[in-house]
Design a protein around this ligand. Structure first.
Ligand code: V47
Ligand code: SF4
Length: 372
């Protein structure tokens, strides 16, 4: 008979005592088959921090362009400028999408895109200031640390200066994308020309120092080891100890369809076989994130990537936030996501209530808008 690796009682005792888990604890949890005990521990921490509340935000994503000078091998979204399906939204199109956000009562617009070779820094400043001027009540969560580094590069400014100028224009916070997996080995294989882990962490530190709060992510389910996942979480935990600027952590399961890894466009490259992460891996990763990141207030289950039903289950495995209404999403849907692109406020509330939890509408900064 196959033997199951059970959770070490020491880890359970440490969680009960509210003590910080070590690197070795994190790896032991990933190597354990005892999903239900891991979930029970994560739920304990989740309820200690957030009770039975589950947060959501009424928001709209705007992916302003898929044109990107990078070619991350896990990304099905990016295109060369001359590709037939390359796109960039005009200023007017972006304003139209912002108006749609306002119409549904959105309190947040989430703006990210590729690293465009030609758009000038002024375009980004104008996009932020025009939306903010027209809709001052909407929080703008825009540009990953990778885009901030790109804007610094194209404008000849320091990243701190780029952040200050965007903040002055109306930027509210940074999304957590672009962190991928910090391990050099994985980055060399999958996204060697991307902003380095130190660069990502430094930009987050600079943003936090300016009072620009942010999220953090981890892209998992590719070639990384459990050790590399835990290492990633500990790097985030260390920076959070220093700045306290992170709001939520979002584990992102790799979607393999149409990516250069599975559908190479270049001659000579071999197509790799990847399947979607299992539901067990998704739940385990959410739960272990909740357990390792003791200094993060929120763990987000991004329903777009997890699927609606697994996102519901994850609320009992450490997650306390379902993200939002989203409306239009291109990054995961280019990579084969089968989820809808949008959920209404009412649907989100029902999904949360179906799990027996309290639905709380929040703004980006987790200020409560209302109990629903
Ligand atoms: O940076 C790219 C990842 C990120 C794939 O901050 C992929 O609240 C899975 O960061 N399969 C963008 N993931 C999304 C993101 C995000 C989403 C929701 C909320 C927040 C937040 C942030 O998606 C990218 C990259 O890490 N990604 N390709 C793929 N094939
Ligand atoms: Fe470009 Fe971001 Fe896609 Fe990498 S993940 S290719 S930086 S859009």
């Amino acid at each position: 008979m196959e033997t199951k690796t059970l959770i070490l009682p020491d880890i359970f005792n440490n969680v009960l005592a509210g003590e910080r888990l070590s690197f070795e604890d994190g790896v032991a949890l990933f190597n354990s088959d005892d999903l239900l005990t891991i979930g029970e521990m994560a739920n304990l921490v989740r309820e200690r921090k957030n009770g039975r509340k589950t947060y959501f935000v009424v928001n709209r994503h705007i992916n302003y362009s898929n044109i990107c000078i990078n070619r991350c091998r896990f990304c099905a979204f990016s295109r060369d400028k001359d590709a037939p399906d390359a796109y960039e939204f005009s200023f007017n199109e972006i304003m139209k999408k912002a108006a749609e956000a306002d119409k549904i009562g959105a309190t947040e617009i989430h703006i990210v895109g590729g690293l465009h070779p030609d758009l000038k820094f002024d375009f980004y400043l104008k996009m932020i200031s025009a939306i903010k001027e027209r809709y001052p009540g909407i929080h703008l969560q825009a540009f990953t640390a990778v885009e901030i580094a790109h804007l610094a590069e194209i404008s000849g400014r320091a990243t701190g200066d780029v952040l200050r100028q965007l903040q002055k224009a109306g930027l509210g916070s940074l999304p957590g994308g672009g962190a991928e997996i910090f391990a050099d080995r994985v980055r060399q294989a999958l996204c060697s020309s991307k902003l380095s882990p130190d660069g990502w962490l430094t930009i987050m530190e600079q943003a936090h120092e300016l009072g620009i709060r942010s999220n953090a992510t981890m892209l998992y389910g590719q070639i990384e080891t459990y050790e590399e996942r835990v290492e990633h979480l500990i790097k985030l935990r260390n920076l959070q100890d220093q700045t306290g600027g992170f709001m939520a952590f979002i584990p992102l399961p790799f979607h393999p369809a149409n990516t250069p890894l599975t559908c190479p466009a270049r001659e000579g490259e071999k197509a790799e076989q990847f399947t979607r992460t299992s539901a067990i891996d998704d739940l385990k990763t959410i739960a272990i994130s909740r357990l390792m990141l003791d200094n993060f207030d929120h763990i987000k289950a991004f329903w777009i990537m997890l699927g609606v039903k697994l996102a519901q289950v994850s609320l009992s495995f450490g997650a306390d936030d379902l993200d939002g209404t989203v409306v239009e999403e291109k990054i995961t849907h280019s990579a084969g996501a089968t989820t809808p692109e949008s959920l209404t406020r009412e649907r989100l509330v029902n999904l949360i209530k179906e799990t027996g939890r309290e639905a709380v509408e929040r703004n980006t900064l987790y200020e409560v808008i209302g109990n629903r």
